[in-house]
Write a new protein. Sequence first.
Lengths: 182, 217
Amino acid sequence: MTASEEKDSQWIECVIRIREQADQAAFAALFRHFAPRVKAFLMKGGADEALAEECTQEVMATLWHKAHLFDPARASVATWVFTIARNRRIDALRRQRRPEPEDLPWGPEPEPDQAEIMGLQQDTERLGEALAQLPEKQRSLIERAYFGELSHSEIAAETGLPLGTIKSRIRLALDRLRHAMN
Amino acid sequence: MDKITHHLDDRLLMAYAAGTLPEGFNLVVATHISLCDECRARLGEFEAVGGQVLERGDTVALADTSLEQTLARISGDAPAGDDRNTMPQRSSVFPAPLRDYVGGDADAVHWRAVGGGVRQAILPTSNAATVRLLHIPAGAAVPDHGHRGTELTLVLQGAFRDEEDRFARGDIEIADEEVQHTPVAEAGEDCICLAATDAPLRFRALIPRLAQPFLRI
């Protein structure tokens, strides 16, 4: 098991301890790692510091309350935190509702399959490495697409790059990520 | 159900995962994913990219008492119930996200006639995009139109054909400025679609163009 896989299983353990024992120390560990990232994410999306601080606290509180819905066979803890932060950003900054897909008729398994969890952790690891190894120009566009409020045409206006170039760089980046996952 | 053959593209899935689409587009995407396991799995991949962008991204220090404030917030909040989206009702025409906007299934829609037997209902969303339900009688055509922006059309009942292809329940058509088409509902069953645009449609014929401001098409 690599260092970052080990870290991810440590985060999963924390979520389980919150869910089963309302463990504040486990929550504090998650908070120290994820809250500063969520705050940066919200500020890049246009929140001022006070709003980002408040929303980060709300995101982390949501994580506590929804710990029973987390399914380690379906998403890493980082992905789960990202979706909660994203939804908070849409709600607080864009003041829109966020329609979510209908849930599948089955929910999280009480005892998720360990092999599935391990497989997902390895995928997450590979994805993180592939993202780190993207050429700078491609990675920065992917990050802007997730962090920013900007559409492709707004990125084009801001960077002066032709829209076609932006689209093809993003496509190349996605191809590389897919290739790394197969 | 027929197999879904027309899916969301990477651009839409990534923007939905990133949370940067207008609300009207989000509704069409969420409704398609409710019907399409393949796009649901691809969405999971795009959300995982978001997770890694967050994991590897910058950090900003929290206020000194932030953790204590958050713990106080947690103990002050009411315990969260299981708020997963309403359990699927496989017999319904509309998946859960669309039922939330309509306030019920297909029989709850307040339709308005827009000519040619076609009826529509505009759903309330933010202004950045307009989203509507269209009810097209079996065999009838939707007025010939082009697009200034992007138009997403998701079939919920029946099927339609245009010059290019056939679209049945769950299929999504993604039309941009180059597309000038005349969708026609297939004979047999009335067609119900959910359609979103980020710019007004452009009708070729004179009368629909005059009617445009009144119909909000």
